[in-house]
Design a protein around this ligand. Structure first.
Ligand code: CA
Length: 358
């Protein structure tokens, strides 16, 4: 039997060694650096859309004290601007930044999480996402594909597009060759127009040469540099993308291996980057519109006539009813959006809209 003092000393020494080992293990775990790869749809240095990922990655790295390091690959690097869904699903990339309606051909229900014709404006849609059940429905659509999706920044309300001729009645849309992709294109087809999709690089020439009579792109922030105002004087106001939201995609396995604090940091970085992109888009639209309207005084801003809007709204409702009939999840999403829009618009009408009309 060892004398009591020596026994005590050895107990203290063992405890000390043990506690040192535990604390250095804890330090190791807390210091572990998670290196994630993000693929974005946009080309390098794309303003606004491309700023969202950079901002998010910087925020995540700073908030995590360097434990989250995110490398961003733009479209020039991964060569698959519209392949983000597949690359994040397979785990080739941990994260993605893109737009939910690009996957409509693959998973039709992804359509509802960008923007819908005659749907919610950005602020209403954010309220739906964060407080009205939108996020839960979005995860329901993405979860079977090993993915999580988060709002990734709003490009602000989009303009109805550039038209060479004025639209005075529904007859003026008959046979009109217009570049307008996706669901809005289907609506246009239903009211008699001939929608097409053309690569961005060929849009100006197609409009100039008359291959198309009209096109929609985004809004002043993105339209100004495309130069459409030089060849099509009528600039129509919004109907089809009242608040286009981009998205951050996360591979589910990556998400699950992250410690809880880093998940919260990542989610917070997504939310802040989304808000920053939205305010940046509003500011850029205001600046570009100031330049555009000063330098091209011939631009004629027009609203579509009520008869045309009614026809397009009816076509939208018919197409949505068809989706509702053959897919229970589509029904759930469409009904959630419809109910939320009814409630939130009643408030928008007596608040923002009333104020702006005063
Ligand atoms: Ca657009």
């Amino acid at each position: 039997m060892l004398p009591f003092k020596i026994q005590l000393r050895s107990i203290i020494a063992t405890t000390l060694t043990l506690s040192l080992a535990v604390s250095s293990f804890a330090t190791l775990a807390a210091d572990k650096i998670y290196r994630l790869k993000l693929a974005e749809t946009w080309g390098p240095n794309t303003p606004i859309l491309g700023d969202a990922s950079k901002n998010m990655a910087r925020l995540a790295e700073e908030m995590s004290n360097g434990r989250l390091v995110i490398r961003i690959d733009s479209a020039n690097k991964h060569k698959a601007p519209l392949g983000i869904f597949d690359m994040v699903k397979s785990g080739q990339y941990d994260l993605g930044h893109s737009s939910s309606y690009y996957w409509k051909g693959k998973v039709p229900n992804t359509l509802y999480f960008s923007s819908m014709p005659f749907g919610m404006i950005s602020t209403e849609q954010y309220a739906w996402f964060y407080h009205g059940g939108g996020m839960e429905l979005m995860q329901k659509v993405y979860a079977p594909h090993n993915l999580l999706s988060f709002p990734g920044g709003n490009s602000d309300i989009q303009m109805g597009g550039w038209f060479k001729k004025e639209i005075n009645s529904i007859d003026d849309l008959k046979g009109l060759k217009i570049r307008i992709p996706g669901f809005a294109g289907e609506v246009m087809a239903r009211v008699g127009a001939a929608p097409t999709n053309i690569a961005p690089g060929e849009l100006y020439t197609s409009l100039e040469r008359g291959t198309i009579d009209a096109l929609e792109w985004v809004g002043p922030a993105f339209d100004l540099r495309m130069g459409f105002q030089k060849i099509a004087p009528y600039y129509y106001t919004a109907w089809h993308e009242p608040g286009s939201e981009t998205q951050f995609l996360v591979n589910k396995k990556t998400w699950e291996k992250l410690p809880a604090d880093l998940r919260t940091i990542l989610e917070t970085a997504f939310r802040v980057a989304a808000f920053d992109m939205y305010t940046q888009a509003i500011d850029a639209n205001a600046n570009s519109w100031a330049t555009m309207s000063a330098e091209y005084s011939d631009i004629k801003v027009r609203d579509f006539p009520p008869q045309v809007l009614e026809a397009m709204q009816t076509a939208t409702e018919e197409l949505l009813a068809e989706q509702t009939n053959h897919d229970p999840l589509a029904k759930e999403i469409i009904e959630s959006q419809k109910q939320y829009l009814t409630k939130v618009r009643a408030w928008t009408d007596i608040s923002s809209k009333a104020y702006l009309n005063n």
